[in-house]
Ligand binder design. Structure first.
Ligand code: FAD
Ligand code: SF4
Length: 476
């Protein structure tokens, strides 16, 4: 049946064009090309500008979604970008990596009968349009309050908090352990999903707001939090140091050459520029046959990076079935298209030594799914006698990450929980130590870019209140 024009525009979501799978599998360029202005207007025209704008309730930083989409319909692309930036300082990042299908887009009313408006794609479009036009608007800052705040960690949570505090007139210093700002956005998420130039652009914006960025400073080593508060005269500190300590399987052979955590592998590929080979000769073992262990987004990223670095064969080994995989469906789909082989219901039991301390294979066992466990997912159960081996020379465990204790163990008066995560009050980020706030992955455990940004925003509000009243009541 032929759809009427109006129906067509409501039901046909404009998808972004992207590189062909077998081409992109061998380069680090971004996978989708982004919308043209006409495509953006066509997609925006599907939006009903619903009075209640329920999509907005699905956005952790409360972007005025119907408002900015309306401006796109009117082809006021820069105004649309400024509207997004009223609430979100990192639109080009969020447009690319936020799981919109679980957030704003999951609430879009069009989703009840068809595909929701592509809110993320539109957000990306306006941010890129602004950058392309070179019209980055730097908002005017209020008069200085004379108060100083130190933000520890320049990931999305730290960046958001720093911006909000600077816009409240405080003097903000952002301390970062690495030589580049951006946290996971630069050291974890690969170039083909989030180009480094985009994060750099957002960091430049932040510097233009007067925020001082101190790179290569590990707080807990170079300065303690007490030194910042007492010696360096900061009135408050926000700890947003992420969850960057990798987890391992604890099976025999873990120390063999060729076994490398996803965290380290991705850091070498991203921050140490292996993705720019041969321009940079980064020490990283590329491997011919690579096994990535895990089923989350980090595993997908590591597998797709291994392929792009030149591995002939990449396996992704996951102990449950595809339905239980925590990775975004779109990422699994992309990985498959590019030729990555999923070995599902499979668990590694031993790394195999070639006799010289190098990895030459992986022993695995097949699994069945039993009753649901405490996570609600069906528990994988090994099938007796089903062991088998696959030849691999690189294995990358991507099993999640924990809190790094480097900073917290220098603070005896800071309450942390059993996992080493900082205990902080919901909504304010207050910790057990007066003047010290915390948020992002170091409080919640590994989560998302936008949830860290939401924490950064809420904590900036709480720090403002604290700096006004000097009142401290820790209720966590
Ligand atoms: P982080 O981004 O981890 O930043 C913390 C920063 O603190 C780092 O730069 C670190 O170097 C610095 N730091 C640590 N200790 C110190 C110290 N002692 N002194 C000074 N600085 C310190 N989320 C999504 O929403 N979408 C995705 O597509 C996505 N993909 C991901 C892919 C990978 C490979 C990984 C690892 C995570 C991904 N995530 C994704 C999760 C998301 O990136 C994180 O939840 C988010 O970055 C957490 O933000 P944060 O600000 O709390 O910390
Ligand atoms: Fe537009 Fe969907 Fe939001 Fe309604 S819910 S305003 S259709 S994006």
């Amino acid at each position: 049946m032929e759809l009427k024009t109006e129906e067509k525009s409501t039901h046909h979501r404009v998808e972004m064009r992207e590189q062909a799978p077998l081409v992109r599998a061998r380069n680090f360029k971004e996978v989708p090309f982004g919308y043209t202005p006409d495509e953006a207007v066509e997609e925006a025209s599907r939006c009903k500008t619903c009075k209640k704008g329920v999509c907005r309730t699905g956005c952790p930083v409360e972007v005025d979604i119907p408002g900015f989409i309306e401006l796109i319909k009117e082809r006021k692309f820069l105004d649309a970008c400024y509207r997004v930036k009223e609430k979100n300082a990192l639109p080009a990042v969020c447009g690319r990596v936020c799981p919109q299908e679980r957030q704003c887009e999951s609430r879009c009313l069009l989703g009840k009968t068809g595909k929701p408006v592509a809110i993320g794609n539109l957000e990306r479009f306006v941010a890129d349009y602004e950058a392309e036009k070179g019209n980055m608007r730097i908002p005017e800052r209020p008069d200085p309050t004379g108060r100083k705040v130190a933000v520890i960690g320049s990931g999305p949570g730290g960046l958001t908090c720093a911006v909000d505090l600077a816009m409240a007139g405080h003097q903000v210093t952002l301390y970062e352990a690495f030589h580049e700002a951006g946290g996971v956005l630069v050291y974890g998420i690969p170039e083909f999903r989030l180009p480094k130039a985009i994060v750099k652009r957002e960091v430049e914006y932040i510097k233009k707001l007067g925020i001082e960025l101190k790179l290569n400073v590990v707080i807990g080593k170079l300065h303690t939090i007490d030194e910042l508060l007492n010696g360096k005269g900061y009135d408050a500190c926000f700890i947003c140091t992420g969850a960057g300590l990798p987890m391992f399987l604890g099976i025999p052979g873990e120390n063999l050459n060729g076994v490398c955590s996803a965290n380290e592998y991705l850091t070498r590929a991203n921050l140490m520029k292996a993705y720019l080979f041969p321009e940079y000769e980064t020490p990283i073992k590329v491997g011919t046959k690579v096994a990535v262990l895990g089923g989350g987004n980090v595993a997908m990223d590591a597998a797709r990076v291994a392929l792009r670095l030149g591995a002939e064969k990449v396996y992704l080994i996951y102990r449950r079935s595809e339905d239980e995989m925590p990775a975004r469906k779109a990422e699994v789909h992309h990985a498959r298209e590019e030729g990555i082989e999923l070995l599902l219901l499979t668990n590694p039991t031993r790394y195999i030594d070639d006799g010289n301390g190098n990895l030459c294979g992986l022993e695995c066992i097949s699994m069945n799914l039993g009753e649901p466990d405490e996570s609600g997912r069906r528990r994988p159960v090994p099938i007796k006698g089903s062991e088998f081996q696959i030849p691999v020379d690189v294995a990358i465990p991507a099993l999640g990450a924990k809190a790094n204790p480097l900073l917290t163990r220098t603070m005896s008066d800071l309450t942390v929980n059993k996992g080493g995560y900082i205990t902080a009050e919901d909504g304010t980020g207050m910790t057990s130590k007066k003047g010290v706030f915390a948020g992002g992955d170091i409080v919640t455990g590994a989560a998302t870019v936008i949830s860290a940004m939401g924490a950064g925003r809420r904590t900036a509000n709480a720090i403002n209140e604290y700096l006004k009243w000097n009142h401290w009541e820790f209720n966590a």
